[in-house]
Design a protein around this ligand. Structure first.
Ligand code: SAH
Length: 345
């Protein structure tokens, strides 16, 4: 049996070409595209303006990627919803809906597992299983939007996986997500977070998308960063910072630095001073994330007092800084924790 064509990962011109190649009219593409990306239908039978014949033909030749909702956990604290989805091959991924005053934000996974090995992160404990397709990344947003019956306005690629390790699918996903014939989310409302894969960061800068790049910094010296993030072996801090400057130069978009505060590891006064020096000449924003401890590692959260001191120090030094609100703390909020716990059961 030949493999079915993943039509939900195609843009409109690609879909047109494919339909012509199977002997169909080009204009059908727009109809099918709308069913998939505007109406978010979950079966070919719902495509009521197509003939029965064409629907049967599509079932035979094409794959309509749909995720199955396996589990939803709702935070009693802040209404955050954490979803566990099953992929067609049985793999599980997780996604998070966060409700803010300014709208609904979805955090999507880009891979099943991860191979980056960051020491405090649950997603990477069992390594990488596989990349997600553009359609599988999109579907997380479509299914959540359908589930709550509301529009999604912001998307952050900060779930499990390293998005820049799945570069082509990531960029295709962003283009589909922001396409005027789809959800049409503004590129400015999309954030991609990376652990710092320098060549891919530069390549992304050259795409000239208007998305926000978030860099997982977590330490202000190469030595300390290396202790937390094995990827620092491949790309040292100076190179990573240069790539961030390049991203800003190419896109005009202010870079966000994520800094997970780990008790006694990277949360001292000196750390704050060193961090200031590191970013002083940059147009940037620092997002402090109190580390969400995972049971497989001994890292602990910083004292509340130390978190505030760290933030105040940066503010005094005129650095833009916020402490990320801890959403869904009561529902395995941190990347990969829900999936991991589910698989263990
Ligand atoms: N691979 C991407 C996306 C990862 S998740 C990246 O590395 O940026 C988004 C952020 O959450 C990253 O900054 C990541 O380092 C951080 N993170 C992961 N697990 C965490 C935990 N248990 N506590 C705090 N931050 C965590």
């Amino acid at each position: 049996m030949t493999e079915k064509t993943d039509i939900k990962s195609m843009n409109l011109p690609e879909l047109e070409q494919w339909l012509v190649s199977i002997g169909e009219k080009k204009f059908r593409a727009k109809q099918i595209y709308q069913w998939m990306h505007e109406k978010h239908c979950s079966s070919f039978d719902e495509m009521s303006n197509l003939s029965r014949e064409l629907r049967e033909k599509l079932k035979e030749l094409a794959e309509l990627t749909v995720l199955q909702k396996e589990l939803v956990q709702v935070s009693q604290i802040d209404g955050t919803r954490k979803y566990l989805f099953a992929l067609a091959d049985g793999n599980m991924i997780e996604s998070v809906l966060m409700r803010y005053h300014h709208g609904n934000s979805v955090c999507v996974s880009s891979q099943v597992g991860c191979r980056m090995g960051c020491r405090f992160c649950a997603s990477t404990l069992d390594g990488l299983v596989r990349n997600l397709t553009p359609a599988e990344i999109l579907e997380q947003i479509y299914r959540i939007s359908a589930d709550i019956g509301e529009r999604i306005s912001n998307v952050v690629v900060m779930g499990s996986g390293e998005p820049l390790d799945n570069y082509d699918n990531l960029v295709k996903f962003i283009r589909l997500l922001t396409d005027e014939n789809g959800l049409h989310i503004s590129q400015r409302n999309v954030t991609v977070s990376t652990c710092g894969l320098v060549p891919a960061m530069r390549r992304l800068a050259d795409e000239k998308l208007q998305i926000t790049l978030a860099l997982s910094l977590h330490a202000s010296s190469q030595e300390k960063r290396l202790e937390l993030m094995p990827v620092a072996k491949s790309y040292d801090l100076a190179e990573v910072m240069d790539a961030c400057r390049y991203y800003f130069a190419q896109t005009g978009r202010r870079v966000t630095f994520e800094y997970s505060l780990v008790g006694g590891v990277n949360d001292s006064r000196e750390d704050a001073e060193q961090l200031t020096r590191l970013v002083a000449d940059m147009n940037c924003h620092i997002n402090l994330i109190p580390v969400n401890p995972i049971k497989e590692r001994s890292y602990v959260q910083s004292e509340h007092r130390d978190i505030l001191n760290f933030k105040n120090k940066l503010e005094k030094n005129r650095i833009n800084v916020t402490i990320r609100r801890e959403m869904g703390r009561d529902i395995d909020g941190a990347c990969g924790q829900l999936r991991k716990r589910f698989l263990e059961r």
